[in-house]
Write a protein that binds this ligand. Structure first.
Ligand code: SF4
Length: 231
């Protein structure tokens, strides 16, 4: 199920204004209120290796932890060859305490080897090749395509999935299903923008439990589906 005639322009104008107001109010630069991967991408001039590393570290990990771990690791391993030469235990220590740090260190070792042997040390710029890398799912691949290669990719994480369903834009069971429906109903010009905006919105206002509907800038466009308790 998907809703027709959604006023995307009004939604994105409202979300952008909310983000700018938040930035001004908290006296932070825009990059400091961006998701960690966006911040890493901007810090490292959208270097594909830096974006891939931070995206993998960010899975099931808080933004502030991802940011510190990404910088620590990238300082010692600015390219796949540097990471390939490190012992797994060294990588684990550098990225601790990100979630599943042992598994992620193992995946990163394997990824570095594949990039060196199959891609001349470069990160591939297509979905199929990215999905073939260990530990890389659609969310990671889309974020790498968008942040590193400026491709119109649509990254759907748990915040985008939750808010899209609550607002009644669509009905879906998984983030991957949400991505497929949004690809049909969301104009391409918004694909690269939706993730960063809704992650920030989901962390601050449209929280998983008891969202702040009374302060919401999209309340007129939202059917609050499944919301039993709000503030
Ligand atoms: S009205 Fe409530 S449920 Fe809907 S988007 Fe806003 S905060 Fe989320």
């Amino acid at each position: 199920m998907r809703k027709k005639n959604i006023d995307w322009e009004s939604i994105f104008i409202a979300l952008n204004k909310w983000r700018d107001d938040l930035s001004a109010k908290t006296e932070f630069a825009k990059t400091e209120i961006s998701p960690s991967v966006t911040t890493v991408a901007e810090t490292y001039s959208h270097d594909p290796w830096a974006v891939l590393v931070s995206t993998i570290l960010s899975l099931r990990t808080k933004d502030e932890v991802t940011l510190v771990a990404s910088k620590k690791l990238l300082e010692k391993t600015p390219a796949p060859a540097d990471l390939d030469s490190k012992k797994q235990e060294t990588i684990e220590k550098l990225i601790y305490p990100v979630g599943f740090y042992r598994n992620k260190a193992a995946s990163l070792k394997k990824i570095a080897k594949i990039l060196l042997t199959q891609y001349n040390g470069n990160v591939p710029d297509n979905m199929e090749a990215l999905l073939a890398l260990p530990g890389v799912g659609r969310k990671t691949a889309n974020l790498v395509l968008s942040e590193a290669f400026d491709i119109d990719a649509l990254c759907v994480d748990i915040h985008v999935h939750r808010i899209s369903n609550r607002c009644g834009w669509l009905e879906s069971k998984t983030p991957d299903e949400t991505e497929m429906i949004l690809r049909e109903i969301l104009p391409v010009k918004y694909w690269k923008k939706i993730n960063a905006l809704l992650v920030l919105y989901g962390q601050n206002l449209c929280r998983p439990v008891s969202p702040f509907c009374s302060k919401c800038v999209m309340s007129k466009q939202c059917s609050r589906k499944g919301v039993e308790k709000s503030r």
